[in-house]
Write a protein that binds this ligand. Structure first.
Ligand code: 9WO
Length: 253
């Protein structure tokens, strides 16, 4: 799978891509992630990418032409993309389902904005879609674009060594993870749950399922509606939500 990231901070983005899972997948030829300096698509000597807003107001707006030229350049040199994504707080929320959809594409371009915003015509004529990573303020699209690359790339076969661990990951099933422990078994009196050191694998499996279902009930009851549960987990859910169980105030389930 091929990603192209367009940004005024190519070194910032490149630094995060040069280590870890993504870098290893790129070395192995499974991923091709390229970073492009938006300023190199500016035409003036100063390499200007922003301008004052029409209608007045504070701050600067990113000019459309560098994005238009970047998209043209990428089309010519990297091939026609399947999606051109503008990272934006106005975009559709990034979810596991969205990541799955994008992981089925061959070539995705990610456009990163800065300043007060991006000229609306970039949205309308360059981008094919907009994605948000959540309802909070960040200063630009760079970290959000990296979040998208990482969330999507992990779902590309071969990027994560152990396919089972991708399948087991929480949001594949809309169920939160169970608690994890490693040595020591006793940390200044805080002991690892006895069942995990018992060697009884059926019991361990059941304990983990119960812990995952309980956590989802307590922390993310909104997920539970979409959870994909096996029969044992459904029984555990019924048991935990049974008539004898006080429902958590405001849990919304
Ligand atoms: C500022 C603002 C102020 C009051 C009310 C709403 C507001 N939204 C913004 C805003 O969107 N600022 C952007 C910050 C302007 C362009 C650069 N910024 C940005 C954020 N680019 N991309 C993101 C982003 C955030 C979350 N997910 C994906 C992209």
């Amino acid at each position: 799978m091929k990603f192209d990231i367009v940004t005024i901070f190519p070194r910032m983005v490149g630094a995060l891509l040069s280590e870890g899972l993504i870098a290893r997948a790129a070395e192995r030829g499974i991923l091709d992630v390229a970073v492009h300096d938006l300023r190199s698509f500016a035409r003036d000597r100063r390499r200007t990418v922003d301008d004052v807003p029409y209608g007045g107001g504070p701050g600067m707006v990113m000019k459309p032409e560098p994005f238009v030229r970047a998209a043209r350049h990428l089309r010519r040199h990297r091939g026609a993309p399947d999606a051109v994504v503008l990272m934006s707080p106005q975009g559709a929320p990034l979810t596991h389902a969205e990541a799955v959809r994008l992981s089925g594409l061959n070539h995705v371009v990610l456009l990163c904005g800065r300043y007060e915003g991006v000229d609306e015509r970039v949205r309308e004529h360059v981008a094919t879609e907009e994605l948000s990573i959540g309802d909070y303020v960040v200063s630009g699209g760079e970290l959000p674009a990296l979040v998208v690359v990482e969330a999507v790339a992990r779902l590309v076969p071969g990027v994560v060594g152990d396919a089972e661990s991708v399948r087991a990951d929480s949001f594949t099933r809309n169920l939160l993870d169970w608690p994890h422990y490693t040595r020591p078994a006793d940390l200044d009196g805080c002991r690892v749950p006895e069942v995990l050191v018992s060697g009884n694998h059926a019991e361990i499996r059941r304990w983990r399922k119960r812990a995952a279902v309980r956590r989802t009930i307590e922390r993310r009851p909104d997920l539970l509606r979409h959870s994909v549960l096996d029969e044992e987990e459904r029984e555990i859910l019924q048991d935990l939500q049974g008539p004898g169980q006080a429902r958590k105030a405001g849990a919304g389930i």
